[in-house]
Design a protein around this ligand. Structure first.
Ligand code: IPM
Ligand code: MN
Length: 357
């Protein structure tokens, strides 16, 4: 097959980790006789520096004209501590999600058994964790209007809005996902307080009854969900939730398995799908060749599987990552002290595994 992949390295460690994933995709292409054409675009602080716009039109056009997007990370500390900044790198990411219609963010949380002892939780609690967070990504408080400051600057407000069709489409994604798994969807909300959450319950209940009666649907308030994610994480199969709750809970869920540096994600919608590591731009590590490239490499595997339906190709990448972990080819976040491999060494090892297996 021939596919065009837009690579958006972004900020911080983004360029280093996407480079490793591209290396791995090239190895897969060579091995399986595919042609992947890579094109590179600017986003985030890198794009602000270059042209003042965190999601330039040129980048958008490039994305639209491709089969999938591989995204690194966004964010730069020079904006984090400057609340008065007019343009922020994150606006680029939000604009891209919105303009590409990426309404569903899929974040699988799977345990590599050999890393069970690296979890902040006890081994008996972490055992068997295998869940997917399905986060709504283009609605809610992230995008609702009105938002801003009162004229005298003494008040600020954000608005959480959801429409029925927005909830319907994301709940179908979650129910479909559960169909290929253990068949349990947990809707996480705050229906005891929020009107939007009550709409979610109503709509998800209807979709469940009318379209997916074979799936088990549970409800959980978000505060309780936060607690159960650390006391009983293996009970979750598909966790469905709105944008802001999903942002918070998916970070929490992601560290259960030992390192946030391991977890990939997919954002899908009605146009081109995007694949990215869950972790952020980790600016302290930028340019130091120490960041864990596995989350991005596993995101490339998700791209092959979900977007290109290339199951064997995705599987060999996952096997390579599993083997790397078992053979202790680990970056600083997971290695014993003094035994860390660099970002590029890890990428090279995985490339070598693919070419030789
Ligand atoms: C994420 C990130 C983004 C979000 C930020 C960078 C805007 O935290 O992808 O989870 O909040 O969605
Ligand atoms: Mn986040």
């Amino acid at each position: 097959m021939q596919k065009v992949i837009t690579v958006l390295p972004g900020d911080g460690i983004g360029p280093e980790i996407t480079e490793q994933a591209v290396k791995v995709l090239k190895a897969v292409a060579g091995k399986f006789g595919h042609k992947f054409i890579f094109q590179y675009g600017l986003i985030g602080a890198a794009a602000i520096d270059a042209c003042g716009n965190p999601y330039p039109e040129e980048t958008h056009n490039m994305c639209i004209a491709s089969d999938a997007i591989l995204f690194g990370a966004i964010g730069d500390p020079k904006y984090d501590n400057d609340p008065s900044a007019k343009v922020r790198p994150e606006q680029g990411l939000l604009k891209m999600r919105r303009e590409l219609g990426l309404f569903a963010n899929i974040r699988p949380v799977e345990l590599f058994p050999s890393l069970a002892n690296r979890s902040p939780l006890k081994e008996e609690i972490i055992k068997g964790v295998d869940m997917v967070v399905v986060r709504e990504l283009t609605g809610g408080i992230y995008f609702g209007e009105p938002r801003g400051r009162s004229e005298d600057g003494s008040k600020a407000y954000d608005t959480c809005v959801y429409s029925k069709p927005e909830v319907e489409r994301i709940s179908r994604v979650a129910f479909n996902m559960a169909t290929g798994r253990r068949g349990v969807v947990t809707l996480v909300d705050k229906a005891n307080v929020l009107a939007t959450s009550r709409l979610w319950r109503e709509v998800v209940t209807d979709i469940h009854k009318n379209e997916f009666p074979q799936i088990t649907l549970n409800f959980l308030f978000v505060d309780n969900a936060a607690m159960q994610l650390v006391t009983n994480p293996s009970k979750f199969d598909v966790l469905l939730t709105e944008n802001m709750f999903g942002d918070i809970l998916s970070d929490q869920a992601s560290v259960l398995t030992g390192s946030i540096g391991l977890l990939p994600s997919a954002s899908i919608g009605d146009k081109v799908p995007l694949f990215e590591p869950i972790h952020g731009s980790y600016p302290q590590a930028a340019g130091r060749n120490i960041a864990n490239p596995l989350a991005t490499i596993l995101s490339a595997a998700m791209m092959l599987n979900d977007a290109f339906h290339a199951k064997d190709e995705a599987e060999i990448i996952k096997n390579a990552c599993r083997a790397a972990i078992e053979q202790k080819i680990l970056t600083e976040d997971l290695a014993e002290s003094g035994k860390a491999f660099s970002t590029t060494e890890t990428g090279d090892w995985i490339e070598g595994y693919i070419l030789n297996n």
